[in-house]
Design a protein around this ligand. Structure first.
Ligand code: NAD
Ligand code: UDP
Ligand code: UDP
Length: 315
């Protein structure tokens, strides 16, 4: 049994982009961290620097299969997150979202662990209200190419609430908006990583559609702080709660900013817009401010510079 301050924490998807930063932060606070990952999109390199820490343990495991370990808290992040990856094997994506969540909830029920779900702004689909509040039920195409992810996460939220109501499992649900920073995958097709890599290589910057669609980008360090504050929030607070940076920018403006910050000579080119691509996305974070005393502090320019520096090193 751990003492009051030191917890045994399971992080599913701990070798991924967000998960690896979370492992690092929770270890730095002195906790024992068990990272469970099947390395579908995650990489050993993301956590290699943590392996010498005696409080860190890593297990290669696919969470669509059951897992029996003893823990105090579970951050449930495992799921491919970028359209390129989650659409590569849509059936595996929905199995991870649904079967994976059932297994982690079964584990939480048996061990009485508190469990946090990394849900997503995608539950709002192509939103008809703007900015999005947690009370909005969303506008999702259930049979489109994004559905394996969007509906998978919506079902995961349903499962969390059913285990909470039926089995008294202690749950926390974060609806994460677009997050960026060091250790993003270079080839997962996300807009920030694509644009930075294209700019650094002097290749054309590929804007899908006319670039008028908007997103709101949150820097990874702010996101990690929000997730930990949510896990430690008042017992009766389950969420769902939006975590993201409300600063909204069009994709065209983002492209121009990245060209400027990298000093690149890349040209902008326009490509077809993917099906079901949401037109606008901006979190309303009133609830997170109230309940978690959380808000992001990193300015887009500052976060982009750190991310550019990372990609310069790995390219
Ligand atoms: P990521 O792809 O880097 O990380 C996901 C991790 O889960 C990877 O390490 C992958 O190998 C692992 N994984 C996938 N399927 C698994 C399975 N069946 N069993 C075990 N491990 C498995 O993605 P990320 O950006 O770090 O996202 C982490 C979580 O946050 C995801 O649940 C994602 O849906 C959510 N999220 C991310 C963003 C974002 O902008 N990055 C936005 C909204 C929500
Ligand atoms: N489960 C798990 N680890 C545990 C407990 C349960 O992986 O420590 C899995 C188990 O395989 C089951 C699922 O979680 O399929 C749901 O568990 P629950 O107790 O809700 O269902 P039951 O076992 O009653 O079917
Ligand atoms: N996008 C783009 N060029 C790229 C990659 C993405 O214009 O090279 C667009 C994409 O169509 C979407 C936005 O940027 O409108 C954000 O895409 P991303 O895949 O990063 O996240 P999501 O669509 O899941 O918010």
């Amino acid at each position: 049994m751990s003492n009051y301050f030191t917890k045994r924490i399971l992080i599913t998807g701990g070798a991924g982009f967000i998960g690896s930063h979370l492992c690092e932060k929770l270890l730095s606070e002195g906790h024992e961290v068990l990272c469970v990952d099947n390395f579908y999109t995650g990489k050993r390199a993301n956590i290699a620097h943590l392996l010498s820490n005696p409080n860190f343990e890593i297990l290669r495991h696919d969470i669509t299969f059951s897992l029996y370990v003893e823990v105090d808290e579970i951050y449930h992040l495992a799921c491919p997150a970028s359209p390129v990856h989650y659409q590569f094997d849509p059936v595996q994506t929905i199995k991870t979202a649904v079967h994976g969540s059932i297994n982690m909830l079964g584990l939480a029920k048996r061990t009485k662990a508190k469990i946090l779900l990394a849900s997503t702004s995608e539950v709002y689909g192509d939103p008809t209200v703007h900015p999005q509040q947690e009370t909005y039920w969303g506008n999702v195409n259930p049979i489109g190419p994004r559905a394996c992810y969007d509906e998978g996460k919506r079902c995961a939220e349903t499962l969390f609430f059913d285990y909470h109501r039926q089995h008294k499992v202690r749950i926390k649900i974060a609806r994460i908006f677009n997050t960026y920073g060091p250790r993003m995958h270079p080839n997962d097709g996300r807009v920030v990583s694509n644009f930075i890599i294209q700019a650094l290589k002097g290749e054309d910057i590929t804007i899908y559609g006319d670039g008028s669609q908007t997103r709101s980008f949150c820097y990874i360090d702010d996101m990690i702080e929000g997730l930990i504050k949510l896990m430690n929030s008042e017992n009766d607070f389950t969420g769902p709660v939006n975590l993201g940076n409300p600063f909204e920018i069009s994709i065209l403006e983002l492209a121009k900013k990245i060209i400027e910050l990298t000093g690149s000579k890349s040209k902008i080119v326009f490509k077809p817009l993917p099906d079901d691509d949401p037109k606008r996305r901006q979190p309303d974070i009133t609830l997170a401010k109230q309940k978690l005393n959380w808000q992001p502090f990193t300015l887009l320019e500052e976060g982009l510079l750190k991310t550019i520096e990372y990609f310069r090193k790995i390219l």
